[in-house]
Design a protein around this ligand. Sequence first.
Ligand SMILES: [Zn+2]
Length: 200
Amino acid sequence: MRAALDALEAGKRALAGELWASIDGNQMLEAWNAQVKAMRDKSRWPDSLFEPPEVWGEKTTKPLTTTLSSAVFERDGYRCSYCGVPVVTQRRGGHVPGLVTEFGEVTPWLRVVDGSLLGSGKSGALRNVDVGKWLWVTAVADHVHPAALGGPTEMWNLATACSNCNYSKADWTLTQLQVVAPRIPAGAADSHDVRVDVEW
Ligand SMILES: [Zn+2]
């Protein structure tokens, strides 16, 4: 998908269309569903996941705004902070609407109206089958320390994640996942005592 975007950006329209068309959304969705199913098999999970999590406070209710998410994606260079994969956005003016607008014939079930992406669901809602082509790499601003455990909705506790990493991480802490730290650029953290250490 990224290759299609790169080709489009480089002005290689035919190549971009070809690459975009070659992504098998159904296959991606099947792989996604298989992974979700495998995750339910708790017998294969490491013991560390069952260690009691560090609770910072009440569940965070401050909403994640589009502006804040965009700032996080910008800061992280549109790459997943956990696995490094380039991510895409489906927001107004984002990468996905760009491809859908440019190559409407590849995804006839999708349309962009006034900059917003509409799918085949009720009132144009996006369904999983609609987004198979980019399901794995959609940008999500992830609460590094989970919001459910009191991780605040602030830049220093947010990291760009691909859907895959975000979904896999769920409400687990980095300690439970045995992950050292996501790649949040230096300077992003503020003076909070329990901030995540930066490690490149
Ligand atoms: Zn990732």
